[in-house]
Design a protein around this ligand. Structure first.
Ligand SMILES: Cc1ncc(COP(=O)(O)O)c(C=O)c1O
Length: 234
């Protein structure tokens, strides 16, 4: 008899036994609501949540106040894309144009496309036949004033590591826009040196990075680093 082998670890993985061990006390006896801090059950849970927030922040070089826990990657992506686009339209220069790449998860594509109802122009950029963001198309698209570019760090279906650093440079040289990267499935995995370099560049560069990973139904996003690229010479 043959048994099935699960190979799609970009989509999901079994929970690491160390994560399970760490969670078990909070699923059994220490199940307080971390927002009910008027009693010791809640206080204990709150301390654990804050400790976890601090660890995640250190993992990606963020401030723990930037880490927001969400119910899943879809919620993180929705909050980040709609939040950033609306923020720029209201508080920035009124530009309402968003760029995403064709191979993004549908929660990214749908969030972006839903902004059309609010008068945003949304362009879905092509990817190369090898599964990378097409930077020539990005360069061309950025000739029009753009408020947000979104690109995943690693593709969840084919595993290609995206040229984040190069994309940031393209965006920086052509427009004044926010960039965000989605890290679902790549944070905490062993990184190649080029990927580590691009993560660093992304952090130094203006960004609205988002990351999501962890046990099912426990996801987080980084909601900090709000800066914009200034066009060269402006
Ligand atoms: C790249 C990517 N983004 C978003 C999602 C949606 O994640 P969730 O089910 O946590 O909302 C997935 C799900 O597999 C994914 O692979």
């Amino acid at each position: 008899m043959t048994s099935a082998i699960y190979l799609d670890y970009q989509a999901t993985t079994p929970m690491d036994s160390r994560a399970l061990e760490a969670m078990l006390p909070f699923l059994r006896q220490d199940f307080g609501n971390p927002h009910s801090t008027q009693h010791q059950f809640g206080q204990k849970a709150q301390l654990a949540v804050e400790a976890a927030r601090g660890k995640i922040a250190r993992l990606i070089g963020a401030d723990s106040r930037e880490i927001v826990f969400t119910s899943g990657a879809t919620e993180s992506n929705n909050l980040a894309i709609m939040g950033a686009a609306r923020f720029r339209a209201r508080m920035g220069d009124g530009v309402k144009r968003v760029l995403v790449f064709a191979f993004e998860h549908k929660c990214v594509l749908e969030s972006a496309l839903s902004l059309k109802e609010e008068g945003f122009e949304v362009e879905i950029l092509p990817v190369t036949s090898e599964g990378f963001a097409n930077l020539d198309a990005l360069r061309e698209a950025l000739k029009k004033p753009t408020s947000l570019v979104s690109l995943m760090a690693a593709n969840n279906e084919i595993g290609t590591i995206q040229p984040i650093e190069a994309s940031v440079h393209v965006a920086a040289s052509s427009t004044r826009c926010l960039c965000r990267r989605s890290d679902r499935g790549s944070v905490g995995r062993s990184l190649s040196s080029s990927e580590t370099a691009s993560s660093r560049c992304w952090r130094k560069a203006p960004h609205l990075p988002v990351l999501e990973h962890g046990p099912r139904s426990l996801t987080c996003m980084r909601a900090g680093g709000w800066q914009t690229h200034e066009a060269q010479g402006t």
